[in-house]
Design a protein around this ligand. Sequence first.
Ligand SMILES: C[S@@+](CC[C@H](N)C(=O)[O-])C[C@H]1O[C@@H](n2cnc3c(N)ncnc32)[C@H](O)[C@@H]1O
Length: 287
Amino acid sequence: MRLKTVLNDFHSTLDEYYGKDEVNSFFDLLMEHYLKIKRIDLALNPKYEIDTEEHELFFKALQELKLYKPIQYIIGETEFYGLPFKVNEHTLIPRPETEELVDWIIKCHTERSDESPRILDIGTGTGCIPITLAEHMANAQVFSIDVSEEALQIAKQNAMLNDVDVKFIHDDILSPHHTELSEAYNYDVIVSNPPYVRDLEKAEIKSNVLDYEPHLALFVDNENPLQFYKAICEFAQKYLNEGGALYFEINEYLGQEMIQLLNDFGFNKIELKQDLFEKNRMIRGFK
Ligand SMILES: C[S@@+](CC[C@H](N)C(=O)[O-])C[C@H]1O[C@@H](n2cnc3c(N)ncnc32)[C@H](O)[C@@H]1O
């Protein structure tokens, strides 16, 4: 079958769901993933043929896209800060705003290249934060914890894929044990993008997120939306070195509450930062 015919099928079925441009970009990703070819190759060879097996892959992807399954889960991979990452149903798909958080840390801490900071990331997911920091901060010792064994499995594969050294730890930041995490370790930087979407915000969430991304990674109780931030601040009070930095990605609606929280825990030089869309999205404080 001609690949061009499959592209036409994609448009006739999916344009009403996503619009023409987005369907084109899905198709580009699928061509690269399944056939290792780019759009230009199809343009130069409009009679490009695919076999039955390849057609089945495209057909399955089309059915899944119709059900709003994210393209990253369909192909099982994505890109974060220019690096490749495997994703599956146990890991959040890394977001551009998290790239901004990582960029903030890299810019602020690589200037001091003589240092070898100890960095702890809380809530690993794909490992996008610790792996990218390890890649860009050559001297750093990087640790990361997640309560999800399945997420840690993917993160370990991603560390190998990117050829970096990160120590992954299975732990629950809300429980008081932290034996592996706490005893020997003091950190210069603690960073977290914890679950922060309140149940009441579910109505704003699109079905591609709500139906496919792990709720463990996303949602918190309406009554205690800062639960993770409080636990991490308490942890940081004990295990962040004097002068060390605490970085968070935050719920855009809770910027003032987060400033108050960091103040209450005695952090100083608190800075709230907006993302590209001018939403309060990141905060940091120093011990
Ligand atoms: C918002 S996701 C962030 C994932 C990744 N850091 C990123 O930015 O894409 C939050 C992560 O926290 C993890 N998590 C949830 N509850 C946790 C807990 N009690 N202790 C440790 N990690 C937890 C989830 O499994 C999920 O991977």
